[in-house]
Ligand binder design. Structure first.
Ligand code: KIV
Ligand code: ZN
Length: 514
């Protein structure tokens, strides 16, 4: 069967979601998971945007061997060199250059005419060819670009050496019919597309909730690459969601008659990993990966599913990797069984990370009789985040209750091993903990979100606290995990502060110099 390429941009467009910043280790872990999922191309970042992003793209390029690794670049010589340097170590490197083409972008953003835009696009593609022959060109805001100009620039880009032309619906304005027609039109008008075997690609944003429908319409009209993200994360309302596009093509194969290389049984673990590491929670009723996607509440539905699953289920939950939560390990399980389970769940941990996760597993198994896959995933994801820690929680004592003044005494261990201690009162126990940490670290931030949930079943379940802090207009998230929710809160707060530091903000945020 013919296939459509899946181009995953979770690490680039997805990471542009406010508060979703990922560090290098997290990007690497997601990239490995995407490779195992079977995505054809991983857009690992925008190398010119920061030294951190450059390093992350470079690290992904050298770690990934099955998927193509792509770096984004504007049509600016320094950008292209940076993207080229970042991906050149990849087994299959790609550079993705883009230049806006719609009238509104030409007049107001670029302040350039059509000829200039064609010229810089062609020059950029030629420069990128010095690094790799796999070049993707995107006329940004293609869906609002005059068709005639789109033809002209597509022809020029292909003649210059682009092998994939991506037609972004940058602002989520297109409708399935109009977007599909753009593909059909270019294929009809430009014989060079067929002659050279050029891949046309869709890239849709979800501002009107039509990103997936638009992507599928593009496929029906000749697109052979779909750009998408896990959980549909991305700029503003997000991008087309990978799991929805892939499962629509699979479940409705009778209609689309085209497949993908995705191992759909890895969809749910990948979704959970991306949600945990980006801090962007998946809405309960989200198609395919939401908590309720396979839950049947109505009695009539439950009765129907029990009699014959297909009465109310168009997909087998197992086909997207939603295995029934099983009791996998307990307090007598050894290191070997634990490591094997971690690998089965799709993680590649270093020895050191695995040892630390195992120690936490043992501590959890002591408190909790039943340890579920969700618990192990949470412990491992937590481990991935425990990278550059400037401060670690060394101990904590909290006084709370209806008549007591909430008071927290917190001890932190600094990276040089020194332990510091302070206490604070607050409006409640969590507030008291956060202000004690602020006193100790000298980092003053605003708390903009606080969420708490149980990871698995039972009264001893692991509690997960997710918080979002704001500093100088920048949102940073943190996550903490413990069977004690006050400890989980302290860990989440510290994780966010440590993350700020790992994003090179330390000098600026400490002592309030910003
Ligand atoms: O939405 C968009 O236009 C983009 C381009 C950079 C491809 O993300
Ligand atoms: Zn985009």
């Amino acid at each position: 069967m013919e296939t459509v390429r899946i181009f995953d941009t979770t690490l680039r467009d997805g990471e542009q979601s406010p508060g979703a910043t990922l560090n290098l280790q997290e990007k690497l872990e997601i990239a490995r998971q995407l490779e195992a999922l079977g995505v054809d191309i991983i857009e690992a970042g925008f190398p010119i945007s920061s030294p951190g992003d450059f390093e992350a793209v470079k690290a992904v390029a050298s770690a990934i061997t099955k998927s193509t690794v792509c770096g984004l670049s504007r049509c600016i010589p320094a950008d292209i060199d940076r993207a080229g340097e970042a991906v050149k170590g990849a087994k299959y490197p790609r550079i993705h250059v883009f230049c806006a083409t719609s009238k509104i972008h030409r007049d107001h953003k670029l302040r350039k005419g059509k000829e200039d835009i064609i010229r810089i696009s062609v020059e950029s593609i030629k420069q990128a060819l010095q690094y790799t022959t796999d070049i993707e060109f995107s006329p940004e805001d293609a869906s609002r670009t005059e068709l005639e100009f789109l033809e002209e620039i597509t022809q020029a880009a292909i003649e210059a050496g682009a092998t994939t032309v991506n037609l972004p619906d940058t602002v989520g304005y297109a409708t399935p019919k109009s977007y599909g027609e753009v593909f059909a039109h270019l294929i009809r008008k430009l014989p060079i597309i067929r002659e050279k075997g050029i891949i046309l690609s869709s890239h849709c944003h979800d501002d009107l909730g039509m990103a997936v429908a638009n992507s599928l319409s593009a496929v029906e009209n000749g697109a052979r690459q779909v750009e998408c993200t896990i959980n549909g994360i991305g700029e503003r309302a997000g991008n087309a969601s990978l799991e929805e596009v892939v499962m629509a093509l699979k479940v409705r194969q009778d209609h689309y008659k085209i497949g993908t290389r995705i191992d759909t049984t890895k969809i749910c673990p990948t979704s959970r990993m991306v949600s945990t590491l980006t801090g962007l929670t998946v809405q309960r009723n989200k198609a395919i990966v939401g908590e309720n996607a396979f839950a049947h509440e109505a009695g009539i539905h439950q009765d129907g599913v029990l009699k014959f699953r297909e009465t109310y289920e168009i997909m087998d939950p197992a086909s997207v990797g939603l295995a029934k939560s099983s009791l996998v390990l307990g307090k007598h399980s050894g290191r070997h069984a634990f490591k094997e389970r971690v690998v089965q769940l799709g993680y590649n941990l270093t020895e050191e990370q695995c040892e630390k996760a195992f120690a936490k597993f043992k501590a959890l198994a002591d408190k909790k009789k039943e340890v579920f896959d969700e618990d192990i995933e949470a412990l491992v994801d937590d481990q991935l985040e425990l990278i550059h820690q400037l401060w670690q929680l060394a101990g904590m004592q909290v006084i709370a209750g209806s008549t007591a003044i909430p008071t927290a005494t917190v001890s932190l261990q600094e990276s040089d091993g020194q332990v510091i201690q302070d206490a604070s009162i607050g409006d409640g126990p969590v507030d008291a903990i956060f202000s004690a940490i602020q006193r100790l670290t000298g980092v003053h931030v605003n708390l903009t979100d606080f969420r708490i949930r149980a990871i698995s079943k039972g009264k001893e379940a692991l509690g997960e606290v997710q918080i979002e802090l704001e500093h100088s207009g920048r949102k940073i998230r943190g996550r903490g995990l413990s069977t004690d929710i006050l400890e989980a809160s302290a860990l989440a707060y510290l994780a966010a502060i440590n993350r700020m530091r790992s994003l090179n903000d330390r000098v600026k945020i400490i002592n309030g110099t910003v």
